[in-house]
Design a protein around this ligand. Sequence first.
Ligand SMILES: NC(=O)c1ccc[n+]([C@@H]2O[C@H](COP(=O)([O-])OP(=O)(O)OC[C@H]3O[C@@H](n4cnc5c(N)ncnc54)[C@H](OP(=O)(O)O)[C@@H]3O)[C@@H](O)[C@H]2O)c1
Length: 330
Amino acid sequence: MSCNELLSLHNGLQIPVLGLGTWQASDVEIETALEIALEMGYRHIDTALRYGNEGAIGKVLKRWLDAGKIKREELFISTKLPLNLNRPHEVETTFQKSLANLQLDYIDLYLIHTPFTVFTNEDGSVKFDKEGLVEVDSTTDHVATWAEMEKLVEKGWTKSIGVSNFSKEQIQRLLKNCKIRPANLQIEHHVYLQQRDLIDFCKAEDITVTACSPLGSKGNYVKLNAKNGIQRRVPDLLEIPEVKEIAVAHNKTSAQVLLRWIIETGVSTIPKSTNPEHLRENMNIFDFDLTAEEMDKLLSLDRNFRICDLAMFRGIERHPEFTFKNQYTK
Ligand SMILES: NC(=O)c1ccc[n+]([C@@H]2O[C@H](COP(=O)([O-])OP(=O)(O)OC[C@H]3O[C@@H](n4cnc5c(N)ncnc54)[C@H](OP(=O)(O)O)[C@@H]3O)[C@@H](O)[C@H]2O)c1
């Protein structure tokens, strides 16, 4: 097995179960890391207009494609329609920005990044009112935005479309009102936030699921929250005793066990790393199997603990489509 083991999307396209996440990777970091990752064999890259690094990723992809080191069809590139530009009239122009940044003729998977909409300042930063609350735009209309997403497929600009951070109810509404079904849902998914109902629902509807923050994001949200004056303790998933114990039994690391558990449940995942050792480690998860007992032990760890709670966006929960409020955090 290799890191390009594939899951099939309903449209016949295939997504490598292991991809490279790129959130919080600067241009310089991602340029170097992506070169290394492609050399190692990574073929699935996840980015977003909001990450600000599509241009750097595009530069590397162009170098590889122009040099004939890779064929376009060997790559699986996903990017996302941001939370400040997801009104129907903004879909096409926003998509075109990503396509130009990535220097590609088409995207493999284009996702609506969040089910809610916010206003931003001219520099793109999220707008807060005088009380320090995020200025939400409650006019979000998923069905109308989705109709514009479908046009991107019809024009051949993206092979597949999907959603991220959507709830089961929001996806059900899309399914009732679409011409093209969502091919993928990207959600926070790890041993402490398993979202089994949502994943089972997607599987039954032939919607693939991609786990983001599979390693618990290693303090990234803690830092973001702290910048905004919010102190919140987040557990380190790599230090969970049960995970460490399983890792020792297989002569693997905790990160490898966490990733292996996700792919063994038929979900793809996109750990982020710009560290060559971590890139290699995260890829080396195709030479061992977890036992049924170990799988059960990991399943039993669920705490419904959302790490990416967007606490730094105070007031975001006032948006009618905000999806994280049914999760408890502690
Ligand atoms: N759709 C969404 O709303 C959404 C939300 C969050 C994330 N995402 C996507 O999912 C990707 C992954 O999520 P994430 O970046 O939040 O978190 P993550 O992949 O769970 O964790 C990334 C952190 O773990 C470290 N790391 C990576 N491999 C490691 C290893 N083997 N051992 C120890 N530390 C390791 C990384 O540092 P080093 O770089 O130093 O290795 C980084 O600090 C994102 O990059 C993004 O593409 C999407």
